[in-house]
Design a protein around this ligand. Structure first.
Ligand SMILES: [Ca+2]
Length: 177
């Protein structure tokens, strides 16, 4: 939006984020599984819904969160992705919680556009309130969350496994107060 001001005039503009429907089905994985999500994978990868009571994660919304998991042994390019079709007409921002665990990158795609990318480097690092701007999209689009292995490994040591934890992708609209 644009606000026309007189010469010398200043004005405080407060932008608030309002959560709005539509939202991702089972966005916080509180069913205890990945019900409502579609996905595909390549290589030695897994998808695990974890309970924060047995695997604590301070950014977890509710009790459960999702882990994209890579075995210690695997090839660069192995991936796991989950997606849903969402009407983005009124959505400005998708916000989510993320924790990296090395040797992989986490991406968000709208159809084939990569709109967010983070390379994991250390283990573990929290990335609270990550935001993707999707204001340019209207209508129904496929929103995908994808985790991809970055390096080949023939290790059999389970401690060499890598993962990304993910929870609560939420759609917001920006509103000016
Ligand atoms: Ca959750």
């Amino acid at each position: 939006m644009s606000v026309k001001l007189a010469p010398g005039e200043t004005r405080q503009i407060d932008v608030v984020l309002t959560p709005l429907p539509p939202q991702f089905t089972n966005k916080s994985f509180e069913t205890g599984n990945a019900a409502g999500w579609s996905g595909s994978r390549q290589g030695l990868t897994g998808l695990i819904v974890r309970s924060s009571s047995s695997n604590p994660w301070e950014l977890c919304d509710g009790l459960y969160y999702l882990t994209f998991y890579f075995w210690a042994s695997g090839k660069a390019g192995d991936f796991y992705e989950i997606h849903q079709d969402i009407d983005l007409t009124l959505v400005d921002i998708i916000r989510f919680q993320l924790r990296e665990c090395r040797q992989a990158k986490f991406e968000v795609l709208v159809d084939n556009d990569i709109v967010y990318s983070l390379k994991g480097q250390t283990c573990p690092v929290n990335h609270p309130d990550q935001e993707v701007v999707v204001s340019l999209y209207s209508g129904v689009h496929t929103v995908m969350f994808r985790c991809t292995r970055l390096v080949d490994s023939t290790s059999t040591d389970p401690s060499e496994a890598c993962s990304f934890d993910f929870d609560n992708p939420t759609c917001f609209r920006k509103e000016v107060k």
